[in-house]
Design a protein around this ligand. Structure first.
Ligand SMILES: Cc1ncc(COP(=O)(O)O)c(C=O)c1O
Length: 454
């Protein structure tokens, strides 16, 4: 039965059921469904777009963007109403000419892949390592010699909040004439000694933020920050006009305006600091109950870590079920479960979920990245003729459509890569445990099929 006694609004019904259930939200967006502490500053009546009054006064958005830039120490900032996707895609396209050669983190979100495809870049992949649990660790090693390349694209942090050490590589890339674009989608809230330093402060030319992933702004809000003079702001603006909707919701933009105000008044830093302390206490409580915490381990390995991400290692499905008594998690893999934490949330319930039994502990074995040979560029594979083959017969085929578990949205195989058994085995494991959808697969008579180059 729907909210109006009708079955005709399936989406509204789902949302109404979800809201009624209550419970903690350990997932995006960062406001967690709570009303902002300063009262309801966003009103239904504010949901307008480019009316004449605004078209004649575009400087109000520019003013707000400039204040936001100031709050992050950037030279210029643009507001996105298309999450981090627009900042990542427009940032890459603005920074590098079509057909350029780029070094890119293989642990990239599928939105970055679309920029690589659109501009026909030649990519030299950089591989990190992975954990047996199905989690990618950040890049630790970078080439010393970038000759022949125009740029470097890095995802930092990983979905689980682990940050690559970028200080010296940015300096070295700049010395060699490269621009650096950092997908910091999950790091817009970083401030203070308890969190990693933002790439903006480390000198990245462009840094993309998915603000809604952590902060109390509305879903679909994002930011792109420019620092320095290697990338022209005009190029960013051209791509922004090309890719952003021409009717942005001013409700979304207003939630960013409020955020820049809160940041500049220093209202958020203390909240995030407090959360970091509580999260670290929680790591200990969980470990006493036999649950290994990725972030604690990673900190011990010398990584900079975001304590607002909590990844429990073990049977992801079991953990999700235990926690579902108290709330909803962000993502699971066959070997892990990740929660996104925000100030004001009750963390005690997380360890209560493991009170009466010791769960099977997860694996922290570090393995090489499951590299697939690159046979052709992303663009060439996209353009070639394709055919559907059953997953069981796909070894040795060249991928045409990326295969991407969601979340985290990092493709296991990108167009142009040759499928090998080790990745196919992981895909089977994913299908069997069903932690989430696997984009790129199509089912024919119950059989998973993949689209490969003919
Ligand atoms: C690393 C990374 N970059 C970019 C994105 C795209 O962000 P959005 O969904 O806000 O458009 C995501 C989404 O999960 C992500 O994890």
């Amino acid at each position: 039965m729907g909210i109006n006694g009708l079955e005709e609004t399936p989406l509204l019904n789902l949302l109404a059921r979800y809201a009624e259930r209550g419970g903690e939200r350990w997932h995006t967006p960062g406001h967690k469904g709570r009303r902002p502490r300063g009262g309801d500053f966003l009103k239904w009546e504010y949901d307008i777009t480019e009316i004449e009054e605004i078209l004649r006064a575009p400087h109000v958005v520019e003013q707000s963007q400039q204040l936001m830039a100031k709050s992050y120490g950037a030279d210029q900032t643009w507001y996105s109403v298309a999450g981090a996707t627009l900042p990542v895609v427009a940032g890459i396209l603005a920074a590098f000419p079509f057909g350029a050669t780029l070094y890119a983190d293989r642990n990239l979100h599928r939105c970055a892949l679309s920029a690589l495809l659109m501009a026909g870049y030649h990519v030299r992949w950089l591989y990190s390592t992975v954990l047996e649990a199905g989690l990618v660790l950040p890049l630790r090693e970078f080439p010393e010699d970038f000759s022949g390349a125009a740029g470097l694209v890095v995802t930092r942090p990983t979905y689980d909040g682990l940050a690559a050490p970028l200080e010296s590589v940015i300096a070295s890339a700049h010395d060699q004439g490269l621009a650096v674009v950092v997908d910091e989608a999950h790091g817009s809230h970083w401030q203070g000694a308890e969190y990693p330093f933002s790439a903006i402060g480390l000198g990245a030319d462009l840094t993309a933020h998915g603000v809604h992933k952590s902060e109390a702004s509305l879903t679909q809000t994002g930011l792109l920050h420019l620092k320095g003079s290697r990338v022209s702001p005009w190029q960013v603006e051209r791509w922004w006009r090309m890719l952003q909707t021409s009717s942005p919701s001013y409700l979304l933009l207003a939630s960013l305006d409020r955020l820049q105000w809160e940041r500049r008044r220093g209202r958020l830093a203390e909240d995030w600091r407090h959360l970091a302390g509580e999260a670290r206490q929680l790591w200990e409580a969980l470990e006493q109950r036999g649950v290994a915490v990725l972030q604690k381990w990673a900190e011990g390995q010398g990584f900079a870590v975001d304590p607002a991400r909590l990844t429990l290692l073990g049977d992801g499905a079991d953990f999700r079920k235990r926690l579902s008594r108290f709330g909803e998690v962000e993502k699971t893999t066959p070997g892990s479960c990740t929660l996104l934490l925000a100030p004001g949330q009750k963390l005690a319930e997380i360890s209560r979920a493991f009170e009466n039994s010791r769960p099977a502990s997860g694996s922290l074995v570090e393995l090489p990245y499951p590299v697939l040979p690159t046979v052709m560029s992303v663009r060439e594979a996209w353009e070639r003729e394709g055919r559907w083959v059953p997953l069981g017969e796909a070894a040795g085929c060249i991928v045409k459509e990326a295969l991407t578990p969601y979340p985290p949205g990092v493709p296991l195989a990108v167009p142009g890569e040759l499928l090998e058994e080790h990745v196919l085995e992981w895909i089977w494991r994913w299908i069997k445990t069903e932690p989430g959808p696997l984009e790129g697969l199509r089912y024919q008579e119950g059989r998973p099929m993949v689209w490969v180059v003919k």
